[in-house]
Design a protein around this ligand. Sequence first.
Ligand code: SAH
Length: 357
Amino acid sequence: MRRILHSQIQKGEQLIKLLADLDMSELTDVVISLGEPKYRAKQIMRHIVAYDSYDEYTDIPKAMIEKLRESYADKALVEKTRAISSDGAVRYLFETVHGDLIEAVFLPHNYGNSVCVSCQVGCGMGCVFCASGYYGLQRNLSAGEILSQVLFIAREHKANGGVKKVVMMGSGSPLANYDNTLKFTKLLTSDNGINIGMRQLSISTCGIPDKIERLAKDGFSGTLSLSLHAPTDDKRKKIMRIAERYSVKELVSALKKFFDETKRRVVIEYILISGFNDTDGDISAIKSLLGGLCCHINLIPLNPTDHCDLKPTSRKRAYEFCNKLTSMGLSATVRRSMGSDAAGACGQLKNRTIEQK
Ligand code: SAH
């Protein structure tokens, strides 16, 4: 039942849906179907965006709130625990109305705070270095469940600037949950909603070529990041199961089409794993693969996880690797890692919470 209903739960005989799943026109239809005036939709949307609970809907008549409550849950998530890092990053573990656990992270920045959201419960991609996929995929999150992570965190950090940027880099594979991801991008950027600019949204993918092309055609104009992590198919297959299905050449060709459609430079994420993908031979292979693509390469020294014994490249080698790429004319930087003292890699806080039980 849990897998089938996505954003709905069985409560007694009734299905409970989430208010946060509704866009303005769907919310207006709900308000009209309850026999209420249309303008109530705008008021309710303001409460959804503020992540209010029904008892905070003080401008809505009690009788209408009771009618809403019968079918819709006001909150998609409750906080189970949080881990605060010395650099100010806060990793939240949320429980959904289904009882599933998901993670999201608040990252403070002078130029605007960002939030990293999850789009699935678990992940089915099985990348060997990633803690999110360790227990496999449980289910897709609905658009409202993804959005609620942003709304919750924006409310928590309202006093220090709220949220300006969103990255889909938590647990799960956004393009494997395509429809909900697309709806989420629309809810997030709607001027009736939290109104975050599309340019402030990044989607990270392990690489599904047809979905990359579709995303551009469906009007996504944020940043697309590809988790490449190895420049050849043979090497990529050793660490990422998705490489059995799609070649690096197919991926780069999809990224070129994405760029042609959106004119948005893509980001290549490249985890540095000691002795595996950080040799000079890898640098030449990266150059021949990515030479003709408008992209920026983000080098990320591997964040060690509990279930994987790969080792990170040293900081010194990471900078050397980066300099060699830039001297070949590629754009590359070594990413500063935040929150690593707060179970910093995707999925680790959840796994540790489950394993402690
Ligand atoms: N599912 C998305 C987002 C994953 S998290 C995707 O596959 O792109 C964001 C980035 O962190 C991805 O590039 C992912 O591969 C990387 N990542 C995952 N586990 C990591 C780890 N242990 N250390 C460093 N980066 C990691």
